[in-house]
Design a protein around this ligand. Structure first.
Ligand code: CA
Length: 528
């Protein structure tokens, strides 16, 4: 009965909210001149997860600069992506629309740059729009006065950048520093008669997790503890958790672990022969400068030698791989944090920090050994979540937090709302402004979020396609190609190791969640 009432409330809430939402959309925006509109800095990293951000309580790393955005603004504790994979997630953030509507469902798709995006709408409203860093949408950026991006995934060291003025040039150095250099250069030469919107998108901490030379070896003497679900046996789950190909033990010895192969030696990853061409650390190493090679040799050679001599197997081998993986991952995050600090310092020095809205997020979360995994894709919390913090001292009270359910879908409407630009009716996200500024409005916030991951059977990591719905307490997942279901009670089982789909005590909850899943599918036009 209780859950029935809850869903009645959801339906009513939705109606109420739809009304209030359309009221927001239809109301005239505050009568302000463009000079009064905030500058926008939208920071997106690639695969940075909440477990590696100290504002979320991470014990793995200290991220003081990224934390400044959260501590001096609002931190979202339940922030999710609609589709946990790189390019689709970026398309959602730009359009405020689900993959089924913006057309970019998996990493094979090309973004249709002719469609409406928030940078285009800002540009039309008089903003100077700038995109720097990792774009990863196959088509060229549209809606920007200037852009400088990495082609495809880009390289950590000595990367090539292509730009809106037609330049394609290799730059010596480390990608996270270079992206920041270019972003600062653009800000320094901006048109000060206009507000600016800077999209500052990092490659890090994406695979293959190459730290900057200044940070190499920094965690050498540290032993990072294993997450408590590291040896998860998936015994309550069906095929998808068993059949995935993203276990720590299957990380490539060469590409991921940075071990040099002997002549004729094949990489000892867990299969995936078709990807061997890119799985070669020696190819990457050969692209480094002499100084860079020396730094890597000094940091890794003796450790690599001991590893080869030890001939580890079983759990010892898996745990060695985990240490190499997690330390490299965390060090790439450290460089992002250092560089976010450079950007924040610049804004402060220029007197821009009061009237600039700064958003920090990532294109999704990531597994740092939880369930024995790296990578993303699944609707389980680690990869379904994304870090999200917004700092805007003019409007947002420092030190705010919220547990309301928010999505990357909401970023475009939020940015437009703050910029004083009308939110188009066809955007599917909602402005976060009722949460950032007026806690009383929290009562009418959404009660469930909807998820759809597509990339199967092609592509990487063999994660079955699935749809799902999450409320404050429950999560229902449908792996629809094999018709397998999972249900989790997040209050009793926050680590999601106990699938209770067949537990009859939850029959009513299951039924209601299935109805909600169907309702949200229709609402978001995901009807294929
Ligand atoms: Ca990503």
């Amino acid at each position: 009965m209780k859950i029935f009432i809850t869903f009645e409330i959801i339906a009513l809430t939705f109606l109420l909210f739809s009304c209030s939402q359309s009221k927001i959309n239809n109301s005239k925006n505050p009568p302000s001149t463009i000079e009064e509109n905030p500058n926008i800095v939208f920071i997106m990293t690639d695969d940075h997860t909440k477990q590696a951000m100290s504002a979320y309580g991470s014990k793995l790393i200290n991220t003081p600069n990224i934390d400044r955005i959260a501590n001096e603004g609002i931190r979202f504790d339940r922030s999710f992506v609609t589709n946990s994979i790189c390019a689709p997630s970026r398309a959602v953030s730009l359009t405020g629309k689900y993959s089924s509507v913006n057309g970019l469902r998996d990493n094979r798709d090309r973004f249709d740059g002719s469609q409406q995006t928030f940078p285009k709408l800002l540009q039309k409203a008089g903003y100077q729009t700038i995109m720097i860093g990792k774009w990863h949408l196959k088509s060229e950026p549209t809606g920007f006065d200037s852009w400088r991006i990495l082609p495809g995934q880009g390289n950590y060291y000595n990367p090539t950048f292509i730009s809106s003025d037609g330049e394609s040039k290799k730059h010596e150095g480390y990608v996270t520093n270079l992206i920041t250099d270019f972003a600062l250069k653009e800000l320094k030469q901006r048109d000060t008669s206009k507000p600016f919107a800077l999209l500052y998108f990092h490659k890090a901490p994406h695979r293959n997790w190459m730290p900057d030379i200044k940070d190499l070896g920094l965690y050498k003497d540290k032993k990072i503890p294993l997450p408590k679900t590291f040896y998860d046996d998936y015994n309550t789950r069906g095929k998808p958790a068993h059949e995935q190909d993203m276990r720590i033990e299957n990380l490539y010895n060469s590409f991921d672990m940075k071990l040099h192969l002997s002549d004729g030696e094949k990489d000892s990853s867990g299969g995936n022969d078709k990807f061997d061409a890119i799985s070669n650390w020696d190819l990457v190493y050969r692209s480094l400068t002499t100084n860079q090679k020396t730094a890597w040799d000094n940091a890794y050679n003796s450790e690599n030698k001991s590893f080869k001599e030890a001939g580890l197997s079983g759990n010892e081998l898996i745990e060695w791989k985990y240490q190499r993986y997690i330390k490299d991952y965390l060090l790439t995050v450290k460089s992002v944090d250092d560089n976010v600090g450079r950007l924040l310092d610049y804004l402060e020095k220029e007197g821009l920090s009061e009237n600039t809205m700064i958003i920090y997020t990532s294109d999704q979360g990531f597994y740092l050994g939880e369930h024995g995994w790296y990578d993303k894709r699944f609707m389980y919390e680690e990869s379904f979540s994304m870090p999200l913090a917004i700092r805007y001292p003019n409007k947002i009270i420092p030190g705010s937090t919220t547990k309301k359910l928010v999505m990357n879908l909401d970023l475009a409407p939020t940015i437009l709302d703050y910029a004083g630009v009308e939110i188009p009716e066809d955007m599917q996200g909602i402005s976060l402004r009722p949460l950032t500024e007026n806690n009383k409005s929290n009562d009418i916030w959404r009660k469930a979020v909807y998820y759809h991951y597509y990339e199967y059977p092609h592509g990487w990591h063999k994660v079955h396609a699935h749809r799902g719905v999450r409320t404050d307490r429950y999560k229902l997942i449908h792996f629809y190609d094999i018709n397998e279901w999972e249900l989790y009670d997040l209050k009793k089982d926050p680590s999601e190791v106990n699938n209770i789909y067949n537990n009859t005590d939850y029959s009513k909850i299951k039924k209601d969640l299935k109805e909600e899943l169907l309702r949200l599918r229709k609402q978001y036009k995901d009807t294929e």
